[in-house]
Design a protein around this ligand. Structure first.
Ligand SMILES: *[C@@H]1O[C@H](CO)[C@@H](O)[C@H](O)[C@H]1NC(C)=O
Ligand SMILES: *[C@@H]1O[C@H](CO)[C@@H](O)[C@H](O)[C@H]1NC(C)=O
Ligand SMILES: *[C@@H]1O[C@H](CO)[C@@H](O)[C@H](O)[C@H]1NC(C)=O
Ligand SMILES: *[C@@H]1O[C@H](CO)[C@@H](O)[C@H](O)[C@H]1NC(C)=O
Length: 233
């Protein structure tokens, strides 16, 4: 009884770990860009944003609590050219993180958040935060998440919406999930006609074994190793 439970538990572990293989989260930092492609988000209009608040930014979050100690700061007022963040990524999931301000000590400034999100040019959501009467910044605030996209190339835009009141954005980073494609197995299929006539006829089940070699090595070996003590008991 224990053995069969153990086997199914181990099997689940095996299946989970093989499922996760090839999935990876990639971070796009506001300043250093995509950790794979190094492409940096575009912050528009030019001159409308300051890196880490610069000299004129009132918001002073703790750099050590931000990703790569960097963020982009902008305030949008009604009637101004809309301030936007744009970046591209390829994958089925996206997580966007900002720093959210409340009522920091010192000179008061607008800290409301009202962001509109566009995926591949289509409006997909809004994030709103009204400042609380506390000094704290909220770090790693998830302002947008989507885990149900096609595993394709996507464009993503954030537009600051100041129609109701001035809006602050402290953009920190985004994370997307990539799925690495399996490397193509050497083609011995009938459609590969150029050399086919020279080849010996392969028994039909041989193809199955061949194409699953990696799977057998990856799954079969640990499974056999795990089953041995069970059989022994
Ligand atoms: C990617 O990050 C999200 C959010 O933190 C997490 O839920 C997910 O499990 C991560 N995926 C991978 C493949 O690490
Ligand atoms: C950004 O942070 C990540 C994770 O801590 C680190 O691996 C990477 O080297 C940092 N990049 C830069 C340019 O500091
Ligand atoms: C996104 O990709 C398109 C082409 O597919 C390119 O024209 C555009 O400049 C890219 N945007 C950013 C912010 O990198
Ligand atoms: C996620 O993206 C799909 C398009 O791929 C869109 O239809 C859906 O509304 C998005 N979901 C969220 C929560 O934005």
């Amino acid at each position: 009884m224990i053995s069969s439970r153990l086997i199914s538990a181990l099997l689940i572990v095996c299946l989970r770990s093989t499922e996760a293989v090839g999935q990876r989260n990639v971070t796009i930092d506001d300043e250093f860009g995509d950790e794979i492609t190094q492409v940096v988000p575009s912050f528009m209009p030019l001159g409308g944003w300051t890196l880490r608040g610069g000299a004129k930014g009132f918001a002073k979050p703790d750099p050590s609590l931000t990703y790569n100690r960097t963020w982009h700061d902008a305030t949008q007022h009604a009637g101004e050219i809309p301030k936007t963040v744009n970046f591209n990524f390829t994958g089925p999931s996206l997580y966007v993180y900002c720093i959210i301000a409340n009522t920091p000590p010192g000179r008061s400034f607008d800290t409301s958040a009202h962001y509109n999100f566009f995926l591949d040019g289509k409006f997909v959501g809004t994030y709103i935060h009204d400042p609380q009467a506390i000094p704290d910044y909220f770090y790693d605030s998830l302002v947008y998440v989507n885990t149900t996209m096609e595993n394709e190339h996507h464009s993503f835009s954030i537009i600051l919406d100041a129609r109701e009141k001035p809006v602050l954005m402290l953009f920190d980073y985004a994370v997307y999930t990539t799925i690495e494609q399996r490397s193509p197995t050497p083609s011995l299929s009938p459609t590969d006609s150029s050399e086919a006539s020279d080849r010996p006829i392969i028994p039909s089940n041989a193809g199955v074994v061949r194409s699953n070699t990696l799977g057998v090595v990856a799954l079969g070996f640990p499974m056999i190793a795990m089953l041995l003590p069970v059989v022994y008991l």
